[in-house]
Design a protein around this ligand. Structure first.
Ligand SMILES: [Zn+2]
Length: 418
């Protein structure tokens, strides 16, 4: 038995906030106790979390671990270490790999690699169409039986409406979310050398919400950036459509007033928007229209970020700074409460992906948790990243909060001091 003492626990799913001791036995939570209640319980090992906050392990439903196919960008080993450093104990990886996660052999091979190389939980997301090309459907039933936790053509939008409808029908039949990267390629291909407009996103959001409404499936919209998308999502939620959405740390923290959006290091999909859109995204987080934070961790080797806007790759290596950005820009700025941020990074993503026994430290749940020093500040240095991707727009910026230790199933998988 292990005991974590003197930490300040924030566990929104149990509505707990305060000094609690946590008992762990055989990789699961044995109980959460007031200090005077646990005083007489002897443990084999006691960890003193004095001065630190304790949160359930973070969950990210949108990461790119580049496996199989791009070991120069990330591997399961480097990606999982980066996730642990960011305080994450459960992530879901997107299918735009080489080959794509579009058949059962590729997925079973990846699962084997995860079990051998990763210290924490990584769940594959299966492709909706083969090679995420919108040309031919994958065998959704086979992928789901192989263990994918969602279907998505992330990186690309499924442009064929009939295929999308089929995906939603299977979402309802098998009870898993369709995650959509909303980008109308007929519009965006006209904007190779500059950021594409908001409408390219909101038209696909409207289509996918309509298909979800019609079929009774479950829709989760990735990285929302457009106010019009947020309006459509808000209305759909009021109407009882099963739709959720995510905001990325970079769309929360950055705007065209903060970074040069034409700088190759700021290039991302969807593009960094203006202060107006950033403010409306934060308002949607406050209102609960945005459900979760997801990093869209997109590691690239630096060479692919050198060149003109049109030439360089999209995306940021974001898993190691995700909590810090959310904490600095949302909580420290008094825009949302700390429990609300933790809820968006723990129990809410667990619920969307129907993940069992994670997202909270209830008795019997996996002992996944993170110890954080909220008083610490850190000047972000991309060369200190454990991810192979050093492509971050936060390099040189100072952020609040620092993950000190991360535990997965009761075992320490990251220790800042070692
Ligand atoms: Zn993505």
């Amino acid at each position: 038995m292990k005991k974590i003492v003197n930490g300040y626990l924030v566990d929104p799913a149990q509505k707990l906030e305060g000094y609690y001791d946590i008992l762990i036995e055989n990789s699961v939570v044995k109980g959460v106790f007031m200090p005077h209640e646990s005083k007489n319980i002897t443990a084999d090992e006691t960890l003193d979390a004095k001065g630190l906050y304790v949160f359930p392990g973070f969950i990210d439903l949108h990461v790119h671990l580049r496996t199989p196919g791009y070991p120069e960008k990330e591997t399961i080993e480097s990606g999982s270490r980066a996730c642990a450093k960011g305080g994450f104990t459960t992530v879901a990886c997107m299918p735009n790999t080489k080959p794509c996660l579009d058949d059962t052999l590729t997925i079973s091979t990846l699962k084997k690699q995860i079990s051998e190389e990763s210290a924490m939980a990584i769940y594959p997301i299966g492709a909706i169409t083969q090679a995420i090309s919108s040309k031919k459907l994958t065998d959704h039933e086979a992928l789901i039986k192989e263990g994918v936790i969602a279907l998505s053509d992330d990186g690309k939008t499924t442009m064929n409406d009939a295929f999308m409808k089929e995906a939603f029908i299977n979402s309802k039949k098998y009870g898993l979310p369709i995650i959509t990267h909303c980008e109308d390629h007929s519009v965006t291909e006209q904007y190779i050398n500059q950021p594409y407009p908001l409408e390219a996103e909101s038209t696909i959001v409207a289509r996918d919400v309509a298909l979800c409404r019609e079929t009774g499936g479950q829709l989760h919209i990735a990285h929302v950036s457009s106010p019009e998308s947020l309006k459509v999502i808000e209305k759909a939620k009021k109407d009882g459509v099963t739709v959720t959405c995510e905001a990325t740390p970079h769309h929360i923290a950055l705007s065209d007033q903060i970074v040069d959006i034409l700088d190759p290091m700021s290039k991302v999909n969807p593009p960094i928007r203006s202060e107006i859109e950033r403010a409306l995204l934060i308002e949607a987080i406050q209102k609960g229209v945005v459900d979760i934070i997801a990093s869209d961790h997109a590691p690239h080797e630096m060479a692919t970020k050198n060149g003109s806007y049109g030439e360089v790759t999209y995306g940021f290596s974001g898993i190691e700074t995700s909590f810090q950005v959310g904490y600095t820009h949302l909580v420290k700025n008094n825009l949302i409460s700390l429990p609300k941020l933790i809820e968006m990074m723990t129990i809410k993503p667990a619920q969307i992906a129907h993940l069992k026994n994670v997202g909270t430290l209830k008795t019997g749940y996996e002992a996944n948790f993170v110890l954080v020093d909220l008083e610490a500040t850190e000047k972000i240095d991309r060369d200190q990243f454990l991810s192979k991707g050093k492509n971050t727009p936060f390099h040189g910026m100072t952020l609040n909060g620092k993950v000190v230790k991360t535990f997965y199933k009761g075992n320490c998988i990251y220790d800042a001091l070692s």
